[in-house]
Design a protein around this ligand. Structure first.
Ligand code: ZN
Length: 410
């Protein structure tokens, strides 16, 4: 696979991707500006705001009751907990506070019977959020559920109030939400974007496209075995594609495959990327165990190893990068992952933990992706490792097929 139609010649610019190699050895005709790549770099992910264009929060309907006696609080919290267990849709209310103090004189909608629900000695009423007001959860149903909870809350009069649909991430969002219902406040994540490239070497593009092609073939193989069509593999970059300055040299010839095995194993954690990172760990552990054996003078075992343990030019060996040693390189240090789908949050965190250098995927996971679609785990400032994430352009033919149902996290 070659992409010579995209190659342009640069005579004077010094590309930022050039590494320790001397300028005279760089062949500029092999460089492709990143604007011409069939990829989109996923960086500086913007978190969605909870406010609309008029700076009002997005809202949905919830069932609320006003208390008439402090004793009722405990029973109502029990109601909320019980109802939450029964109805998974209550996920929608987890960013909302359970209880609100409402001052009738501050233009806050306190629902009906506010005057009578003021508790003795207080000049505010206490309101409790019960549940999302779904079409199934009618007022009669809520009253029925209340009467089953305890005699103390049977006579309460539930009403519908509009409440914010997302948590607040800024002070402005928090204040805008407060007049509807108090929400939890979690400041926006800070993202980093530490790596910049102006050009790619054409050999890198060939390598990446072949890597994605291999992931896609593996996904079809998984599908033919009755699994979900999701696959990934980890590779060391070939020697002719230099790792940018500042990175430890990658383990040569490291390669590990993984595809989704949720169906056959029944284990919901057996995602393709998770399986693949686990495989890298097993390979390193195996190589390390063999080295230990070698030190015990069992040279025969070493020659039977399927993974090369040594190279002539002192590059690191599989066993030389023991993931268990303090200060040693970690599972995927300076390695690259190719995946059919954008990793979910769990897999994105596993990749942070593995210290992978960069990932390339064919398709975005719009409802669950942890590298741009829902969150930018790969560039979160408060995590101790960041990696590059690149997605193939959706018009590229290689991204066709492998569609998943929306509820499946890759
Ligand atoms: Zn996953």
């Amino acid at each position: 696979m070659t992409f010579n139609e995209n190659v342009v010649t640069y005579e004077s610019d010094s590309p930022s991707t050039s590494t320790n190699s001397t300028k005279s050895s760089t062949n500029y005709s092999n460089l492709i500006p990143i604007d011409c790549l069939p990829f989109q770099r996923i960086a500086n992910v913007i978190e969605p705001t909870c406010l609309d264009e008029n700076n009002e929060p997005y809202l949905f309907n919830a069932w609320i009751v006003n208390l008439t006696s402090p004793v009722q609080t405990r029973d109502l919290i029990r109601f909320s907990t019980h109802h939450r267990l029964e109805d998974k849709k209550c996920e929608r209310t987890k960013h909302l506070r359970r209880i609100r103090k409402a001052f009738p004189y501050e233009n806050v909608d306190c629902g009906p019977h506010t005057a009578t629900s003021n508790l003795p000695g207080l000049d505010y009423c206490i309101s409790v959020l019960l549940a999302e007001a779904t079409p199934d959860l009618t007022k009669d149903k809520v009253k029925q559920l209340l009467s089953r909870t305890s005699a103390q809350v049977t006579d309460l009069d539930p009403y519908i109030l509009k409440v914010p649909s997302r948590r607040a991430t800024t002070g402005e969002e928090y204040n805008a939400c407060q007049k509807y219902w108090p929400v939890s406040f979690t400041p926006k994540a800070q993202f980093v974007n530490g790596f910049t490239y102006d050009y790619w070497d054409v050999r890198k593009l060939d390598w990446v496209m072949n890597g994605l092609d291999k992931a896609k073939s593996l996904a079809y193989e998984a599908k033919s075995r009755g699994e979900l069509p999701i696959a990934a593999h980890v590779s060391s970059p070939p020697i002719e594609i230099p790792v940018p300055p500042g990175y430890p040299p990658p383990t040569p010839n490291m390669t590990a495959l993984g595809y989704d095995t949720r169906c056959s194993s029944g284990n919901p954690l057996n995602h393709a990327i998770f399986n693949c990172v686990r495989k890298v760990g097993e390979l390193r552990y195996k190589a390390d165990a063999e080295t230990t054996t070698i030190n015990g003078n069992d040279n025969e075992k070493r020659s039977s190893s399927t993974q090369p343990n040594t190279t002539a030019n002192n590059t690191p060996t599989l066993s030389g990068l023991n993931a268990c040693q303090n200060g040693a390189e970690y599972l995927c240090t300076s390695l690259t992952l190719f995946s059919t789908h954008e990793p979910c949050m769990m897999c994105a965190m596993a990749l942070v933990h593995s210290r992978v250098r960069d990932i390339y995927f064919l398709k975005k996971s719009t409802s669950s992706g942890g590298c741009g679609s829902v969150y930018g785990v790969h560039e979160m400032q408060n995590l101790n490792h960041h990696f590059e994430a690149w997605c193939l352009n959706s018009e590229h033919p290689l991204s066709n097929g492998l569609d998943l149902d929306d509820h499946i996290s890759p």
